[in-house]
Design a protein around this ligand. Sequence first.
Ligand code: NAP
Length: 253
Amino acid sequence: MKTLTSQKVALVTGGGRGIGAAVCRQLAAEGYAVVVNYTASQATANGLCESVALAGGTAIGLQADVSDEAQVLAMFASIDATFGRLDALVNNAGVVDMTARLDEMNVARWRRMFDINVIGSMICAREAVKRMSTRHGGKGGAIVNLSSAAAKMGSPGQYLDYATSKGAIDTFTLGLAKEVAAEGIRVNGVRPGIIDTDIHASGGLPDRVAQMANSVPMQRGGTADEVASAIVWLLSDAASYVTGTTIDVTGGR
Ligand code: NAP
């Protein structure tokens, strides 16, 4: 594959807002050319790209629903054509749903949750591996998957399906890391705790961070930038011997 840029290139799914946007800003500041993936948040993603450019960095927005294989393939083809390389993938796109018990949930909800949170991450990782792996003529790379503290706690009575999808992500991180460790690719995860983003409002609990702050040993919710810092470290050469692990960023929870 022809290299069109000397900059390292990172794809951040769901990069237009929340934790993903913080990752994009930090990676751009580190000198990466950043691909900001979004589904609905086009204006926000474009605004982020403009602010990165104003600061002297490189960022482009690409629309794709990560659970739609054809859209993901088109996104990777566009990255190939624009940059000719991919060094980092952050599987950040993820959704919760309204708070409910298992006996109140339906299968359509579970399919959407797993399609986006699990299958979407797997499709993007597969396409990244095809480009990064030395087995396929690539130069290596790093992948970080967004898990959640929910994977360890189970989220009873709230988001049991979400917690289960993130448990799958933990296993995926472990297995894929071992599968491609000898091919130049490191795969790690981050398990955020209660982080101040819009995800809680999308689950019908806009005040969740303030309400749950007392349950956190550090007595506060975390910021998107605090999660992004762990992700950016895992992608960096400073983490060159780290693979197959998932870091809790939870304030001790
Ligand atoms: P957020 O503010 O709700 O943002 C979610 C992001 O995912 C948005 O950029 C959204 O893009 C994107 N997205 C959703 N569905 C998508 C799809 N089908 N295809 C592509 N992108 C899609 O959430 P966040 O708090 O930043 O969460 C980011 C990640 O951290 C998620 O995986 C989440 O599960 C995990 N996490 C968050 C917390 C927390 O407390 N915030 C805790 C643990 C884990 P559009 O706006 O364009 O749709």
